[in-house]
Design a protein around this ligand. Structure first.
Ligand code: ADP
Ligand code: MG
Length: 728
């Protein structure tokens, strides 16, 4: 092992778990202690201010300045009592993380001193000089005004010494520059549309919430080893590295005992997350070595998404206290599973009904079927767009690989629900007899018992029904869930609105309410059939079958992203008020640019490493072999020496072949980039990077990985997979 590599690997193996101070209180007692939630508002605000802000949170009523001032004062008091010295508007620009700019509460007191101040004005709106966040040309830099505006539906919280206020981020002219603003619009839209449909069954429903329960997968790597891998450091994934002889074949990591050092990190993470009101529930080892997952109890979509962003930040910070680095990239290591973030999604009413769950009465079950079929139809109509919502340079490594949902969106329903839909569609033997409430003879009343043993869970489906929710499994581990959630909620909202219009028209023409619903549901079952697939999503046959069904099977990320600008998508986004055509165009520019930049960085890093790590090391080893061949000639007669050198000569030649391939390809890649970088259009550039540069990365890697197997381990400078992946 090279000296450097030996030192980092040895240090990693010797690291001990860090002691974590466990709070004395029970978890439920310190839960949300760092959150200015309803309970704190009640304590820190006047009755009047509390009622107003509560109304604003529940019903979106605009807040007057007087109330904003009162909330700001209460928030400041609470924050100062809890050791905060700074505050920030916390927002989600179109990058993968969150952004914040900290200010202290300090202001001149007019008498030469300073005083802690915080007003409603500062709480409600700010103008961070955020001109270098991606905007897709909506703001050019001299019109760089971007505003952050308070989102009262997600409570403020304290991280370290800073009060964080969740905000949306919009341009001077009102366009969204973030993920939160369109997500909030989509949630409002689906609330309205779903409430309308829900009232056919439950007239007292006033509000429908979209719920999200995410499952965050990630890898941990020792910090020292990470630092010795420039590719991990700069791109979040390994661009080279031969598979370890042992990885996940034995499936001994999955749900295995959590290593002690990791447990220390997890404890720390859980305590911090609970303090921040994130209801973490589950932790376990995942399939790949060094891969783990955390999941909370599901909650309202906007808040749950904020929690996910918060926890990704927490993980990144806390891991370092334990000598780890967190890898959130979708595919940090070739040859073993990548990381996703299942988005468990459902709709539920203010009266406590989960709309994706079967109920006890025929009406309940018709409601369940109605919502399920509407979801299927929305997913069917926008299957390409849903795929676009999860497409990224990182996630491209998972999609289509045999570990993650394929690059075709389909929905698994399971035997029972499928049977019910089939029967309903065929309406065998006139079973669907409907005449008012009493006469509702729908045999779907039997669903609840059947569903109790609904255990046939299909892991290959990107959008699977799992008992009382759908699980959107194609989301990438590093993604902001909002990208997928805003598309899903908006698509479902559009569909429910169309559904209601059709049902209302039938009712107006004199049809019984339930008969009208069943008629439209049956039509929609037929129309959305193509999306329903309970088979093996990884199989080759499915690809052919999906093509026959007309489902989108594009695999190139830059082309997948086109779906945002299809007429059907623009119409959907505009009719639901979620995004305008202009916003969609701008955001696509950002997506293409981001894709290009990611591949560009990978290409540069790989080129550098090839030239200044791999080729020099391989050449050094090759020279020592050549030296050996010459020395054998000095020592032995020619015939004998030649015979003795056969194997070394082979290796010498092999090394030359690999080196020359790597050198030629790396030069070619540099040239290709020069040509592509001259392209004007962001879309064309991204397409060219995908078509030309991405395959080169793989080709170069192949030869580097071969060299890794040949070259003396003593000389190899980069930590290998077997070292990166099995640290305890
Ligand atoms: P699995 O890995 O088996 O899918 P997990 O327990 O890891 O299950 O995660 C399931 C996630 O789904 C959790 O976050 C859970 O709170 C969430 N969930 C459960 N029911 C619903 C629902 N009705 N709507 C949204 N999310 C839900
Ligand atoms: Mg799951």
């Amino acid at each position: 092992m090279s000296t450097l590599r030996f030192r980092v690997v040895e240090a990693a193996f010797r690291k001990k778990a860090v002691e974590v101070t466990i709070p004395e209180e029970k978890q439920s007692e310190f839960f949300a202690s760092r959150v200015f939630n309803r309970e704190k508002m009640f304590r820190y605000l006047s009755d009047k201010a509390f009622t107003r802000v509560d109304d604003s949170i529940e019903n979106g009523t605009p807040l007057d300045m007087e109330t904003a001032d009162a909330v700001a004062a209460g928030m400041k008091k609470w924050a100062l009592e809890n050791g905060a010295t700074h505050y920030t508007h916390w927002f989600h620009p179109l990058t993968e993380g969150t952004a914040e700019k900290h200010d202290t509460f300090l202001d001149p007191d007019g008498k030469g001193g300073l005083i802690e101040k915080f007003s409603g004005k500062l709480l409600v709106q700010q103008e961070p000089d955020a001109s270098s966040f991606p905007s897709g040309g909506i703001r050019n830099t001299f019109e760089a005004r971007g505003y952050t505006a308070w989102d009262p539906s997600s409570p403020a919280f304290i991280v370290g010494d800073t009060l964080c206020i969740p905000t949306i981020f919009i341009s001077y002219t009102g366009e969204s520059l973030d993920y939160k603003a369109p997500l909030l619009k989509a949630l409002e839209s689906v609330n309205k549309a779903a409430t309308g449909v829900c009232r056919y069954f439950n007239p007292d429903v006033k509000k429908v919430y979209a719920y999200l329960g995410w499952e965050q997968e990630y890898f941990l790597v020792d910090e020292g080893l990470y630092a010795a891998r420039p590719d991990l450091l700069l791109t979040g994934r390994t661009l080279m590295g031969h598979e370890s002889s042992k990885n996940q074949q034995l499936e001994d990591h999955y749900f295995g005992a959590i290593p002690i050092r990791v447990l220390g990190f997890l404890k720390d993470l859980e305590i911090e997350a609970l303090r921040l009101g994130i209801p973490l529930k589950t932790r376990h080892n995942e399939v790949a070595p060094n891969q783990f997952e955390v999941a909370p109890i599901f909650g309202e979509c906007n808040l749950s998404n904020d929690h996910n962003l918060l926890i990704m930040g927490l993980m990144r910070n806390l891991a370092r206290n334990h000598g780890f680095r967190v890898l959130l990239h979708e595919k940090p290591f070739k040859g073993i599973n990548g990381s996703g973030k299942h988005n468990n999604w459902s709709l539920g009413t203010d009266t406590g009904i989960l709309l994706m769950a079967p109920g006890k009465t025929p009406e309940d079950n018709l409601r369940f079927i109605t919502f399920t079929v509407n979801v299927l139809k929305a997913v069917y109509r926008h299957n390409a767009l849903l795929k676009a919502s999860i497409a990224s340079a990182g996630n491209a490594h998972r999609l289509g690989a045999n570990e993650a949902p394929p690059a075709i969106i389909s929905s698994f329903l399971g035997a029972q629900v499928s049977a019910v839909l089939d029967r309903l569609e065929r309406a065998e033997g006139g079973q669907v007899v409907v005449s008012g409430k009493q006469g509702l003879k729908l045999d779907i009343a039997r669903i609840p018992e059947l569903l109790l043993d609904n255990t046939d869970r299909n892991r290959t489906s990107p959008f699977a029904f799992t008992g009382n929710r759908f699980e959107f499994r194609a989301v990438g581990s590093e993604a902001n869930c909002a990208a997928a959630m805003l598309v899903l909620n908006a698509a479902v909202s559009e569909q429910l609105t169309m559904f209601k219009a059709e049902v209302d028209a039938l009712i107006a023409s004199g049809k019984d309410k339930y008969a009208a619903i069943i008629e439209v549901v049956r039509k929609d079952i037929k129309e959305s059939k193509a999306i329903h697939f309970d088979g093996n999503g990884y199989s080759e046959e499915w690809k052919a079958e999906a093509a026959r069904r007309g489902l989108d099977s594009e695999t190139s990320v830059p082309l997948i992203i086109d779906a945002y600008l299809w007429d059907s998508s623009v119409k959907m986004f505009e009719s639901t008020g979620v995004m305008t055509h202009k916003e969609l165009e701008a955001r696509n520019e950002v997506k293409w640019e981001t894709y290009t930049k990611k591949i560009q960085i990978e290409a540069r890093v790989l080129g550098d490493l090839a030239m200044n790590h791999i080729i020099p090391v391989a050449t050094r080893y090759q020279s020592s072999l050549i030296d050996n061949v010459y020395k054998l000639r000095d020592l032995f007669p020619e015939g004998k020496a030649t015979q003795m050198s056969v194997h070394n000569l082979e290796i010498i030649e092999d090394i030359s072949n690999h080196i020359s391939f790597i050198k030629v390809k790396t030069d070619e890649m540099v040239e290709a980039r020069k040509v592509i970088n001259r392209l004007e259009s962001a879309r064309e550039k991204a397409i060219a990077y995908h078509d030309t540069v991405v395959p080169m990365l793989d080709e170069i890697r192949y030869h580097i990985d071969k060299l890794e197997l040949i070259v003396d381990d003593e000389l190899w400078t980069l930590p290998k997979y077997r070292e990166l992946l099995f640290i305890r």
